[in-house]
Design a binder for this molecule. Structure first.
Ligand code: NOJ
Length: 579
């Protein structure tokens, strides 16, 4: 196996932050009150097909992830979440699973997976795998069997098959729309070409929804979970965790286009049904049984998209999921009041359950922060030189100062912007194809990572004609990991320094947050009683809330001021705070 070179750390440290010995300190607090690792963990999301390619086919794979583990260790994250690597026709890049207990040959095999877990654990990194219980692939043996079986058969009862409406059953059973566009129902065709029943798919037709009212489904997933737990995983990221159950009568929705319009799961008949909570209780028990066997804490972190933080909180009750991504921070515009509003809501509703908030600013479904935060005046410089880059750095420092856990999406630590000019013919996102080429939303954040060199493939893949599965822009040259590691002013060093401080300062991670008075465009808060974080969302400099130089800042920060689009952390005793 040849793996593209992963640059080594030139052992430079940012002048903005001292080099902190790599150990989880806060000794007094931790010795007396050991907390499960996930409560304040920072997890790196690996989108496997775009991380690092070891085989030269232009697609990242598990051996590539394994080769990149030392890089993640150096960055200072606590673990990694692997996007789906299971056998799949890749209609939705693995979120269409054909076999839940194997590895797609494109990504490797089970032996490679085992080596990856072993090496990650040796480096002290947790491994979280993605599990997709709401739907499977139309290539899954269950669905093939269902298509071949008669209406009303046990094989069809594993999915939602129904007769159509209209004189000849030519209309879908209800008016629901799929999240990615188009009707949520597809009609089957018999071997002789005659149209038959319809089946439900809340995403693409290649992702039929499983019927969770059939107990066989729950039993199958408990076996799947056990399979991966026995292979040593530390947890599961649960896809569409507010899904699974539908209203038992599958009635028409009063606002059928709501999901499609918002790309949020808001149809109250298709999502967030009360029965789903029992599934999370049984999965929690399974994880706790595994912990009882070997003493290792496991994590269930859900992708929970529900309308309010209060509904979100129901998913992280003490006997349900350990955590759920809090997407409201990601959705907040670059405004102090918007950020403060979602932070307050999360701390009130979610932390109140006893869980911790799971913060996220980027993932494989969203436009990257560097592009999202760029001011609309058109300075969305692809290389991040406009306002977007500095604001993304400031937002990262803010997120990493909040109480709870955080997820960092690959490339975020390199300051990658969204690739906005991918030609139509290379786009693979089903959202693009199912919305009549209207929404170009998810390919631009999935472009393979730049590791080294000056031209594509930037060390992502090796071999003479190797081409990354999505083309990389020339400006990626300024964002390779090689350059980032060598430049103490890079995004990478900011993340690394922040992660080191998070591990070393007793005030970060879990614990209290107290807001300080600040001008309207500024957020400032104290963590514990010793760390102040302030972010200037405005367009001009403001006085810093703390006298003296910051421990860490997202940009130059001198003379007691906090420049526009900048965040900083100060260590101080309470009397040093100028509020
Ligand atoms: C959420 C995942 O993050 C997304 O990538 C996927 O397309 C949908 N769930 C459907 O599985």
């Amino acid at each position: 196996m040849t793996v593209a070179a992963v640059p080594s750390d030139p052992a430079t440290a940012s002048p903005q932050a001292p080099v902190i010995p790599r150990q989880r300190s806060a000794p007094a607090a931790e010795l007396h009150q050991p907390q499960p690792w996930w409560r304040d963990a920072v997890i790196y999301q690996v989108y496997v097909r775009s991380f690092l390619d070891s085989t030269g086919d232009g697609i990242g794979d598990l051996a590539g992830v394994r080769a990149g583990l030392p890089y993640l260790r150096r960055l200072g994250v606590d673990g990694l979440w692997l996007s789906p690597f299971y056998p799949s026709p890749q209609h939705d890049h693995g979120y269409d699973v054909a076999d839940y207990c194997d590895v797609d040959p494109v990504y490797g095999d089970l032996d490679e997976f085992d080596r990856l877990v072993r090496d990650a654990h040796r480096l002290g990194l947790k491994v979280v795998v993605d599990i997709v219980p709401n739907h499977c692939s139309s290539a899954h043996p269950w669905f093939r069997e269902a298509l071949a079986a008669a209406p009303g058969s046990p094989a069809r009862a594993r999915f939602h098959f129904a007769d159509g409406r209209g004189e000849h059953g030519e209309l879908p059973p209800n008016n629901w729309r799929a999240m990615f566009g188009g009707p949520a129902w597809t009609r089957t065709t018999g071997p002789d070409g005659t149209p038959g029943q319809w089946y439900l798919h809340m995403f693409t037709p290649e992702q039929p929804d499983l019927n969770w009212r059939n107990p066989e489904t729950g039993r199958a997933f408990e076996r799947i979970l056990s399979f991966w737990l026995e292979r040593g995983v530390d947890g599961f990221r649960i896809d569409v965790a507010a899904g699974l159950f539908k209203h038992p009568d599958l009635p028409d929705s009063p606002d059928p286009y709501a999901d499609e319009r918002t790309r949020d799961s808001v149809n109250p008949l298709a999502w967030n049904q009360p029965e789903v909570h029992e599934v999370w209780r049984s999965w929690r028990r399974l994880c706790e049984e595994a912990t009882a066997r070997d003493g290792r804490e496991r994590l269930l972190v859900g992708e929970v998209s529900v309308p309010t933080a209060a509904e979100h909180a129901a998913y992280v009750r003490p006997d349900e999921l350990h955590q759920a991504f809090f997407f409201d921070l990601l959705a907040a515009p670059w405004e102090a009041a918007a950020f403060r509003g979602v932070i307050d809501e999360a701390l009130r509703d979610i932390a109140g359950t006893g869980s911790t908030v799971t913060w996220v600013l980027n993932n494989h479904d969203q436009v990257r922060t560097v592009t999202r935060y760029a001011s609309p005046s058109g300075d969305a410089d692809p290389s991040g030189a406009g306002t977007g880059g500095p604001r993304a750095r400031a937002a990262a420092l803010l997120m990493l100062a909040l109480p709870g856990a955080a997820y960092v999406y690959q490339g975020e630590e390199l300051g990658l912007a969204e690739v906005l000019d991918l030609p139509d013919e290379v786009l693979t996102d089903p959202v693009f194809h199912r919305t009549g080429s209207r929404l170009r939303v998810r390919d631009g954040c999935r472009v393979p990572l730049p590791w080294s060199g000056h031209v594509s493939p930037f060390g992502f893949t090796t071999g003479g004609d190797a081409r990354p599965w999505l083309p990389q822009p020339d400006w990626f040259a300024a964002h390779t990991t090689e350059r980032a590691l060598a430049d103490v002013g890079s995004f990478w060093h900011l993340y690394r320094d922040a992660l080191q401080l998070r591990r070393s300062l007793p005030h970060l991670g879990e614990g209290s947050l107290r807001w300080l008075d600040s001008p309207p465009d500024v957020l400032a808060f104290v963590r514990g009683d010793g760390l102040v974080c302030a972010v200037n969302f405005g367009d001009g400099p403001v006085p810093a809330p703390v006298a003296g130089p910051p421990l860490l800042s997202s940009g130059p920060c001198a003379d007691g001021t906090l420049p526009a689009g900048t965040a900083a952390w100060w260590s101080c005793d309470p009397s040093g705070v100028l509020d």
